[in-house]
Design a protein around this ligand. Structure first.
Ligand SMILES: Cc1cc2nc3c(=O)[nH]c(=O)nc-3n(C[C@H](O)[C@H](O)[C@H](O)COP(=O)(O)OP(=O)(O)OC[C@H]3O[C@@H](n4cnc5c(N)ncnc54)[C@H](O)[C@@H]3O)c2cc1C
Length: 429
């Protein structure tokens, strides 16, 4: 078994020469994942001089490590959203969540990114009868309020969707899609460069401070490779948000998520496990998500350890996830696990995506495991805002809560408790 991200074995990344930093740019973007690269592409196409500053390499963060599920909706259910934001704003948010997928598809088409994008739909499966009962209610609200059809699937019909009999039923959404995230983020990087953005790898931002230059208000950005001046700064660091942007760091909880992939499966077995090639996840808080890769491996992920990835959490996760996978699919009992890896998710305290400006800096983050489409979309929308447009973006300006009682300085000491709490909730609810 390789402790290595399987997707990286399938993708080629652009080779970027090490060049000196420019003295002055219109926009400095921190982070070269979906958010930062989508923003860089949009801004550069509008004629802005853009520097993407990435501490590691293109796509090094969650953007190359994820399940490649391009999902409708948000992490929170619609009833919860309506109770938090009211009908009108929730309607706009839901419409935006559908638009995020069109946004990904449009970019892939325009840039001819070969990343196995396919509108194969997603399937949520119910781990308890009461979860299944709730599907009909959710589908009804979504059809009535948002004019979007979800299909509720009874237990006896489920074998057409999944080769597992442990679930109480499911709910399918045909609009969702799947892709190869490493190929996608690499393609976005190429597209941003083709548009004229410059990407600086191994360039870690240490601080950004207000500074005027030649009469303009802007930012002095200090990096591991020297300084530059930027008219605007866009923070696109997601679960890897660190001390360079302390205000945002305090608002984001970094949570580990881990994935295993099996060896390549025989065609018949792959079809039996996932006949419609769906992106699948279950109804628990501590959920599993899984799909087939384009070369027919089972990719199986979950929050096996709450702490972000390191050698220990990755190794431990491999065994926990293998057991979880066999509970779902006993057919895979004798299959070899070829790869295991982990990455860091970014959760805001209200489990919502957030975007806009904080202390004058632009940002978009808080995707809570729904970032493939939303990060691409937010990157583009915030770029349009910086360029002077007034784009529709219902996530701007919603309250962005910090920790209760301010009990968080960016070091998530409470994760073991949160992990235990979510396991408890799964047990009782
Ligand atoms: C294991 C896993 C599975 C997931 N599965 C799915 C899925 O199936 N579907 C889905 O929709 N979402 C999924 N997600 C979430 C999704 O991958 C993320 O929401 C999305 O990739 C976030 O993109 P981003 O560009 O905002 O951040 P990232 O891709 O994390 O990029 C942030 C970048 O910022 C850089 N950075 C941080 N600080 C600095 C600094 N000071 N200076 C310079 N650079 C810096 C980091 O090196 C990193 O490359 C998953 C995430 C993980 C970890």
């Amino acid at each position: 078994m390789h402790e290595h991200n399987y997707w990286l074995t399938t993708a080629e990344f652009p080779k970027i020469e090490r060049r000196p930093l420019p003295a002055r740019v219109d926009v400095a973007i921190i982070g070269a994942g979906f958010t930062g690269l989508s923003a860089a592409r949009t801004l550069a196409r509008r004629g802005a001089k853009v520097a993407v500053l990435e501490g590691e390499t293109i796509g090094w963060g969650a953007s190359s490590r994820n399940g490649g599920m391009v999902l409708t909706g948000m992490k929170l259910g619609v009833n919860k959203l309506i109770s938090m934001y009211g009908r009108e704003l929730t309607r706009r948010m839901y419409a935006a969540s559908l638009e995020t997928i069109d946004c990904v598809e449009r970019i892939i088409g325009e840039e001819k990114i070969e990343c196995n994008f396919s509108r194969c739909g997603h399937l949520e499966v119910a781990c308890k009868l009461k979860h299944f009962d709730d599907y009909a209610r959710q589908a009804e609200v979504i059809a009535r309020e948002f004019n979007h059809e979800l299909r509720v699937i009874q237990k006896h019909e489920l074998s057409a969707e999944i080769g597992s009999n442990i679930y109480y039923g499911g709910m399918a959404d045909e609009i969702s899609a799947g892709l190869n995230p490493a190929r996608y983020v690499s393609g976005l990087g190429r597209a941003a460069m083709k548009a004229g953005a410059e990407i600086f790898e191994h360039t870690s931002v240490q601080a950004a401070e207000r500074e005027r230059s030649q009469g303009d208000a802007g930012w002095k950005v200090t990096t591991s490779r020297g300084q530059l001046w930027a008219h605007e700064v866009f923070v696109a660091t997601s679960g890897y948000t660190g001390t360079a942007t302390p205000v945002l760091r305090k608002k984001i909880i970094p949570i580990g998520s881990f994935i295993i992939t099996t060896e390549v499966l025989a065609e018949g077995l792959a079809r039996e496990l996932n006949p419609r090639n769906r992106m699948i996840y279950d109804s628990k808080n501590y959920l599993y998500y899984y799909r087939l890769t384009p070369d027919r491996r089972m990719l199986f992920g979950g929050r096996a350890a709450f702490f972000p990835e390191n050698d220990q959490t990755i190794r431990r996760s491999a065994e926990i996830l293998r057991r979880g996978m066999i509970d779902v699919y006993p057919q895979l009992r004798n299959m070899k696990i070829d790869y295991v890896w982990g990455g860091t998710l970014d959760f805001a305290f209200d489990i919502m995506p957030h975007a806009g400006q904080i202390n004058g800096m632009y940002y978009a983050l808080g995707y809570a495991g729904h970032g493939v489409a939303m990060a691409t979309y937010q990157g583009q929308k915030i770029a349009e805002l910086i360029a002077g447009d007034k784009p529709e973006n219902p996530f701007i300006g919603i309250p962005f809560p910090g920790a209760p009682l301010g009990l968080y300085n960016g070091k998530p000491w409470f994760l073991p408790f949160a992990g235990a709490w979510y396991k408890f909730l799964d047990w009782v609810s």
